[in-house]
Write a protein that binds this ligand. Structure first.
Ligand SMILES: [Zn+2]
Length: 45
């Protein structure tokens, strides 16, 4: 299938793929698993 899915910057990390921790350092964004983008698709939680 062609990649027609629209990708947008992750709202949690802003497209960085990681989030800054208040105490310092960073960790992989749980919203995009470090990809920095999220595909517009139905959630399958
Ligand atoms: Zn993210």
């Amino acid at each position: 299938m062609a990649q027609t899915a629209t990708t947008t910057d992750c709202v949690y990390c802003g497209g960085h793929g990681y989030v800054q921790l208040l105490l310092g350092g960073s960790e992989t964004c749980c919203g995009c698993q470090g990809t920095g983008s999220e595909t517009e698709d139905d959630d399958e939680h």
